[in-house]
Design a protein around this ligand. Sequence first.
Ligand code: DAT
Ligand code: MG
Length: 137
Amino acid sequence: MASEQTFIMIKPDGVQRGLIGEVISRFEKKGFYLKGLKLQNVEKSFAEQHYADLSSKPFFAGLVEYIVSGPVVAMVWEGKSVVSTGRKIIGATNPLASEPGTIRGDFAVDIGRNVIHGSDSVESARKEIALWFPEGI
Ligand code: DAT
Ligand code: MG
């Protein structure tokens, strides 16, 4: 598999709980390369755009409210199969179902406060990187 890029975001709870270093460390130690990083507060409309695919879900409004509740860390990581491997490092969406050893498995219990986002496909990664890093990386 050729080298690829993924978009990873540490959500407001992860930032507030002091997990920035822990998350970066896990991706670095695996052997991935950090290509872009910024600490950012996002507007409601921006969060809605990021999660546009989920706009019909009953939890959408709460999800958007959570993402705008404090600064997030937006990152681009690069490496072999980084999209799918990044999802494995992150763990299942519901932290109660995430394996121990994954980020969500080790640091979260609530699906609505699950610390971190990672692109779910190469195509989503491309869109998310373009949205979050319009200036380029
Ligand atoms: P993931 O973040 O694992 O890609 P997703 O894209 O399906 O999961 O959903 C995006 C976020 O929305 C997820 O990280 C947490 C929240 N979410 C998903 N399903 C939920 C649910 N049933 N109740 C509350 N929040 C939910
Ligand atoms: Mg998703």
